[in-house]
Design a binder for this molecule. Structure first.
Ligand SMILES: Cc1ncc(COP(=O)(O)O)c(C=O)c1O
Length: 417
């Protein structure tokens, strides 16, 4: 972990000049890629730790970290070593055969989570889909809900991924519109409203699916005690609690899982992003045998799920988390970040929400949009991304040092002046 921040180099331009490598790469992307993203005008070619370098040699502090997929920074030596060693041995078996990597990875991931079983997948959305299938099957086979009637309660403002079923439970028109017909079986209640949740539970409810902190929504924190209330309620109603910790988990909030902050143990952890160390897509559903035991051979699967390369990297990630160092780092650096951000409230920032090394900041809309703020930070050598209008999400890699957090705060002060 680094404590000395290198300063960013020459400044990026908002409209890259024709003939520059940046302009050429962006033109290629705009010509050949479907435009389902709107990236900032920077073309990255190298990275290490919390820093990335663009095609013109300019350096930037990465304060987004792949939306938490790079919790351990770019090219973490232990993770790269695990990937390299595995690349020379075995990369794929499919689950038609065993590999010598998968068992040890799943044993240690289950142990980290305090659970009995792991179901490995690849992307976050696949893990959420797997959790939904788990809950429905559990509902029919264990709880005794009549077949085809299972319902799952979800939260307003959620983000769980992009598949047709998952966007069916989203209330974000940009994610949803014109992708119907939608998958039925979901009921939406306001995030943080225990009374509404209680009222929505019926005999057919098999699960409550939630993010303990809504990341894509803008690092939205529920009221204190809400998650504990949800846990009590779901336990009493014989309803599974599915915690989507794809973005909030694996050290980001200063604990292994965001649920830990409230002392809550869900029935199912849904993990992704940082589990692959920013190297390969690795996701997983982690739960006890009475829940994940509902699967039988052939009833679910994925060709690449649990492949040896993914298992080797995922195992190295679990080893890093087992030390507790990264969680502690997130707490320490997060406290420093939060203190600096709080000082900016009323000075161009309307509100700040922080947990560990994760912050949502609402820029005063009279001053600029979140997109404009991201542009200005880019010009000052700091990479962030806006979400929902005037909100900017900060999620630097957990390896940042105090000087790098200061650099981020200085850049923010500068653009808000
Ligand atoms: C909470 C949450 N769930 C699920 C997903 C989907 O993960 P993926 O993009 O790997 O499919 C994301 C991605 O941002 C997320 O933040």
């Amino acid at each position: 972990m680094s404590d000395t921040a290198a300063r960013p180099g020459a400044r990026a331009r908002r409209s890259p000049a024709p003939g520059t490598p940046t302009h050429e790469h962006i033109s290629l992307a705009e010509t050949w890629l479907a435009s389902n993203y709107h990236p900032l005008p920077v073309v990255i070619s190298h990275a290490e730790g919390a820093w990335v370098t663009d095609v013109e040699g300019r350096r930037y502090l990465d304060a987004l970290a792949g939306y938490s997929a790079l919790n351990f920074g770019h090219l973490h030596p232990a993770l790269v070593a695990a990937a390299r060693a595995q690349l020379d041995r075995l990369t794929l078996t499919s689950r038609a055969f065993h590999s010598d990597r998968l068992g040890p990875f799943c044993r240690d991931l289950a142990t980290l989570a305090g659970k009995e079983l792991v179901l490995p997948m690849n992307t976050g959305a696949e893990a959420v889909e797997t959790a939904i299938k788990t809950a429905r099957r559990w509902g029919y086979e264990v709880k005794g809900v009549p077949d085809g009637r299972a319902r799952i309660i979800v939260m307003a403002g959620n983000f769980h991924g992009r598949t047709t079923t998952i966007i069916s439970l989203s209330d974000d028109p940009i994610a949803r519109d014109h992708y119907g017909p939608y998958t039925p079986g979901f009921d939406t209640v306001p995030f943080g409203d225990l009374g509404a949740l209680e009222a929505a539970i019926t005999d057919d409810t098999v699960a409550v699916l939630l993010e303990p902190i809504q990341g894509e929504g803008g690092v939205i924190l529920p009221p204190d005690g809400w998650l504990r209330g949800v846990r009590d309620l779901t336990r009493r109603a014989n309803v599974l609690l599915l915690a989507d910790e794809i973005q909030s988990g694996l050290g980001r909030t200063g604990s292994t899982f965001a649920c830990d902050l409230e002392g809550v143990v869900p029935d199912v952890y849904i993990l992704g992003k940082a589990l692959g160390g920013g190297i390969v897509p690795v996701s997983a559903v982690v739960a006890d045998r009475d829940v994940l035991g509902v699967f039988t051979p052939g009833s679910h699967g994925s060709t690449f799920g649990g492949n040896p390369l993914a298992a080797a990297v995922g195992h190295a990630v679990v080893d890093l988390l087992a030390t507790g160092d990264y969680q502690q780092r997130a707490r320490q650096m997060g406290a420093h970040l939060a203190a600096g951000l709080e000082e900016l409230v009323g000075h161009g920032i309307d509100a700040v929400r922080c947990r560990g090394l994760w912050a949502g900041i609402d820029i005063d809309p009279a001053l600029m949009t979140g997109r404009e703020a991201s542009h200005r930070l880019l010009e000052r050598g700091v990479l962030v991304k806006d979400t929902h209008g005037s909100t900017v999400r900060l999620a630097p890699p957990l390896v940042v040092g105090e000087a790098e957090v200061d650099l981020l705060l200085d850049a923010l002060r500068d653009i808000l002046r």
